[in-house]
Design a protein. Structure first.
Length: 386
């Protein structure tokens, strides 16, 4: 596949297992567990990601003149828009009303994971602009060769997003809610930074969970067992069956996660009268705790907030973690100390007419996102009376 530098060879790889763990991780780094070879391979080995599920791996691997892996990008041929968290269903409908076929499309992302991280993975000892450009050009070449409608890169870093215009991508902005550790020594320190009303509300929610006889546990590393994963998978399926009807993650995925990455897992489990009743999966990065999936088997007042948000904050304070990313959506997170932040995606659309229409929409959407974040910042529970 052609690249800007004749000494760079970019190949399409159909299974991440075709790339060695050490070579991939040398490009991905260790800060973000979702970009690790272990995590992405667990998705493929468990068949959570497969052609049958509408996620056909088409990863890019760039090799230097010595034949060493220099850069890489997770990439999938998608047969739908599920499990992405950057919504383009309206684009698909418009394209198909005009007589086209929106699917398949190409997507560079971590499946089922709305977590920001690099998508153009370059070994730190190499020149990033050169290899980033090689990967971007290879993606666009694959669009042309495959004759797909569009290419999307979701939840990339702001730096990558800013440079993407040079490669011919359109820029999109979204928003999430993250908790930031301002050097708190305890949960009480965090509460003391909040307005009086918000502080009282959080205390009442936590006290209500304890008053119902629910005991909370945070399990990581050797504390985790297959029984914990069996229970959590049941919670996960209960939630997907009620809300979406699509269980993205298969049970074997959690076994692979346990075998390969248990030291990077913080599994919050709620116990009531000797049985597990709810759980929330978090992954531990170098400076961020990433909240992912949640589920429950019984209704307890405020248990969702305790399991997903407050125990994550407890863990982050105890470990000195800089931030907690609590997943997609949820304006109610602001009332619990989480702050609005921008997220980023980029999109390549070869059809000129469709590109112009989407570009116009994205410009208006970016303005609206910026205005909404500014509005939400005014609702911050920090240092405000009442």
């Amino acid at each position: 596949m052609p690249s800007p530098d004749a000494e760079i060879e970019v190949r399409v790889v159909e299974r991440i297992a075709e790339i060695s763990r050490s070579a991939w991780d040398a490009c991905a780094g260790k800060a973000n567990p979702f970009l690790s070879h272990d995590f992405l391979d667990a998705l493929e080995q468990s068949l959570s990601v497969s052609a049958e599920e509408g996620w056909l791996p088409r990863h890019l691997a760039a090799y230097d003149a010595d034949g060493r892996l220099a850069a890489a990008a997770p990439l999938y041929l998608k047969g739908h828009s599920q499990g992405e968290y950057v919504f383009d269903h309206g684009w698909a409908q418009a394209w198909e009303r005009a007589g086209g076929s929106y699917y398949p499309k190409l997507l560079s992302a971590v499946p089922f994971t709305p977590v920001t991280g690099e998508r153009f993975l370059v070994r730190p000892d190499l020149d990033r602009p050169t290899y980033e450009a090689a990967l971007a050009e290879a993606m666009i070449a694959l669009v042309r060769q495959s004759k797909v409608s569009t290419l999307h890169v979701n939840f990339l870093t702001r730096g990558e997003w800013e440079r993407a215009a040079d490669y011919g991508f359109l820029q999109r902005a979204g928003q999430q809610y993250h908790w930031v550790n301002a050097g708190y020594k305890s949960f009480q320190d965090f509460l003391d930074a909040l307005s009086s009303r918000k502080r009282k509300n959080i205390r009442k929610e936590r006290e209500a969970v304890a008053a119902q006889g629910v005991t909370m546990h945070v399990l990581t590393g050797s504390d985790l067992t297959a029984a914990h994963w069996d229970a959590f998978y049941g919670f996960y399926r209960n939630t997907t069956d009620r809300k979406w009807g699509w269980d993205y993650l298969k049970r074997p995925f959690f076994s692979y996660l346990h075998e390969r990455m248990s030291d990077r897992v913080a599994l919050v489990m709620a116990e009531h009268e000797g049985r597990w009743v709810a759980g929330a999966l978090n992954l531990i990065g170098d400076d961020t705790l990433y909240g992912r999936n949640w589920g429950c088997a019984a209704n307890f007042k405020h248990l969702h907030f305790e399991t997903c948000y407050y125990k994550a904050i407890d863990f982050a304070i105890e470990r000195g973690v800089a931030r907690v990313e609590a997943g997609a959506q949820g304006q109610h997170k602001i009332q619990r100390g989480y702050l609005p932040v921008e997220t980023y995606s980029i999109h390549y659309i070869p059809d000129p007419n469709f590109r112009r229409a989407v570009d116009d929409f994205l410009k208006r959407e970016r303005r609206a996102v910026g205005e909404e974040i500014a509005f939400l910042e005014d609702l911050s529970p920090f240092r405000r009376s009442g």
